[in-house]
Design a protein around this ligand. Structure first.
Ligand code: ADP
Length: 175
């Protein structure tokens, strides 16, 4: 059983690695970005609240994402552990996660950080957009230059606060 947090910039490959871990180890993949996109597509009240922020690459309020993660963690009974992908992104979220895990008596084993040069990210996202377009998959509304710049800035701000937080707790690993 292993419980992981993946931290990486947009385009760093968190989703791809998470898919492999799910396939090979039966972990539950909790991607707050995917959960928000699903809520938006389904037009739920939460989706309506999050739509504008997600479309423009801004962070959704902490309370909204913390609630989503709490609900999803409650469903993890069958899994061999979980992978949090894209959460936490703020200190408030990191603190809330500690509280949630304490409540369900689950440890956090590792925080894995994907260290990819910023210059490479835009290239990877461009490749993802091209692949989606050519295979008829809808391109993410936030995969455009302006929103991407915001997402990368937010990531930089997040790592500045999250890495010391997790280093202190001795669960941090670079890769
Ligand atoms: P990426 O890592 O490619 O930027 P995600 O799929 O993780 O994309 O997230 C997409 C969007 O969903 C973010 O830009 C933000 O608007 C919202 N989001 C996802 N996770 C969080 C979070 N933990 N806190 C606030 N907003 C979030």
């Amino acid at each position: 059983m292993v419980n992981l947090v993946l931290i990486g910039a947009p385009g760093a490959g968190k989703g791809t690695q998470a898919e492999r871990l799910v396939r090979d180890y039966g972990l539950l993949h909790i991607s707050t970005g995917d959960l928000l996109r699903q809520a938006i597509a389904a037009g739920t009240p939460l989706g309506l609240k999050a739509k504008e922020a997600v479309g423009s690459g801004e962070l959704v309020p902490d309370k909204v994402v913390i609630g989503l993660v709490e609900e999803t963690l409650a469903d993890k009974a069958e899994a061999q552990g979980f992978i949090l992908d894209g959460f936490p992104r703020t200190l408030e979220q990191a603190r809330a996660l500690e509280g949630l895990l304490r409540k369900i008596a689950e440890p956090l084993h590792h925080v894995v950080v994907f260290d990819i040069p910023i210059g490479e990210l835009a290239e990877r996202i461009a490749k993802r957009v091209a692949q989606s377009s050519s295979s008829g998959v809808q391109v993410r509304s936030d995969d455009n230059t302006e929103a991407l710049r915001r997402r990368i800035d937010d990531f930089t701000r997040a790592t500045v606060v999250l890495l010391p937080f997790y280093e202190e707790r001795q669960v941090y690993q670079g890769c």
